[in-house]
Design a protein around this ligand. Sequence first.
Ligand code: NAD
Ligand code: TYD
Length: 371
Amino acid sequence: MRKLKNILVTGGAGFIGSNFIHYLFGLSSANGNLFNDADFSGNVVNVDCLTYAGNLESLKDVEEKFGGKRYFFEKVDICNRPEIERILKQYDIDTIIHFAAESHVDRSILGPETFIKTNVMGTFTLLDAARSFWKKPDGTFRDDVLFHHISTDEVYGSLGETGYFTETTPYDPRSPYSSSKASSDHIAMAYFHTYGLPLTLSNCTNNYGPYQFPEKLLPLMISNIRDGKPLPVYGKGDNIRDWIYVEDHNRAVWLIVNKGRTGQKYNIGGENEWQNIKLLHKVIELSAEKLGKPASEIEKTITYVKDRPGHDKRYAIDCTKIKTELGWQRKMTFEEGLNATVDWYLKNTEWVNHILSGEYTKWIDANYKSR
Ligand code: NAD
Ligand code: TYD
């Protein structure tokens, strides 16, 4: 087990990062303190520049309980090298867990530049700053340090009806988002092979759970159901995604950071494939019950819209490696996780309305007038 004292979490105000910080501090997620097994007693520095997707309201409880004691927030862009260097030094960071990214495929199609800046240049900046900060005078690295790079299964491309992505599947990214993440994965691995930077990497499937920006499939659909708005299904709705509860992803990340072998990548998946349209029917059924509306009324709001260009057909992960090597096991059942998630978005209307009220609305108005 590594001894982790001062962790720098990038993108901690986003969906997965904010859930990760909750998990580290043993605070509840949508479904209570079910998996409160992080057992961490060190400090967390959250570096986030608060794009449209970053929201400090997601960390209110963390700030109240641990702010200025074990939790520190720095509003900094990961591309800002002098600021990253200052933070590494000021907090004596020994572990970097790198979540920050531009993360939405549709946005990457409309405006790829920020994806290249943040995902490629930002990752490079962090890696290179860590390399300088953690190097000892003899050119080797401190033995208590680790850089963990968070990535996606989308770097592997698209599957047909059968097969799974393994850690050795060749990269074949199709969207500006996935290609920017693939680039960052390669740069991260290059820092391990070339410079010996202690590094691990994980590629995960689609996450669901609380605090996800309501432009992604599940929170968008739940919010639109609540508001009686159309439910936009791309193409025929037959694309397939593998869904994992966010805390199961974060538990896997924590295991890798504590026990993973450096220079290794680990696939993380939910082993839970759903066709988009079937998943939507399920969400409608759950929401109808909770809202006291007939599901048949909500079903009428399903609207088939133009397909996403280059829409990847199917993602599915083989996560044998992390299971056998690190003993990771998904704990949340989909039934329970989806139910808790639908509940969370229906109840946390203030969080949803606030996050939708800023810059995002201007962007969606400019780009999706028809919705
Ligand atoms: P998100 O969009 O919800 O959050 C991203 C966070 O990064 C935001 O808080 C944003 O403000 C911050 N950020 C963006 N650019 C930044 C910059 N230049 N400097 C500092 N902060 C910046 O994303 P997410 O869904 O939480 O994804 C987190 C990570 O997990 C990403 O690396 C993503 O590629 C990866 N991932 C996501 C999923 C998923 O289903 N959401 C699945 C697999 C992997
Ligand atoms: P998304 O949540 O954007 O994740 P990703 O594209 O990274 O997998 O989309 C999940 C799936 O849902 C994907 O196949 C696209 C589809 N989708 C819709 O049909 N309608 C929507 O409004 C959105 C946002 C996604």
